[in-house]
Design a protein around this ligand. Sequence first.
Ligand SMILES: [Zn+2]
Ligand SMILES: [Zn+2]
Length: 246
Amino acid sequence: MLRTYEADLHIHSCLSPCGEWEMSPLRIIRRAREAGLGLIAVCDHNSCENAAALQRAGRREGIAVLAGLEVCTREEVHVLALFADLERALALQDWVYEGLAGENRPELFGWQVVADEHDEVQGENPRLLIGATRWGLAETVRRIHGLEGLCIAAHVDRQAHGILNQLGFIPPDPPFDGVEVSWRVPLSEARARFPEIGDLPCLTASDAHRLAEIGRARTQLRLASPALGELRLALRGEAGRGILPS
Ligand SMILES: [Zn+2]
Ligand SMILES: [Zn+2]
């Protein structure tokens, strides 16, 4: 049976240097529930080391959590990579780390905290997660697809790291599974304001870095269950699944 899910598919945790410590796994889950969300994705910069904790906390509290990353490509374009399971997300993370140089300077860029599902601090990620990888956009999209993930061009309306500002267009090949507009653009106006989106599936998400921002933009999805395969069908508008007009 199909249901409508309120989805926020772009949330940062305290692992992102620009994410506040208040974005700890359990607090994110509890805030997501308060905000009436049924499906979220954790997409930290170039890493998914808090995804397992969020998934465990989410299972306890009844919020489905997709493991994801927000990858910064060589072109300084941000793309969201969403996966059916943690193992595939971790496989992408290995590849991303291979292409990511430098060490974080917390006093300059912010702390990168790895925490468990009880919000106990497990350690700190020493990598320069805020940096760009040396992987190009096309190979990044292909790699995500090779792991059966969904690849979504992030916040295409934004100057900073949005694909339209960085490249001026959305490359048709390899194809994105969809694009995201930020909370600044109502989903209903996205195609008119950014004609480059064309026929690509379009969703919106909060890109939250603070608890209060979770769910400030969200997409309503018709799904049989809050799972990646269902999201794929919804993006394609197949089998009755879809993105509801907002
Ligand atoms: Zn971004
Ligand atoms: Zn982001």
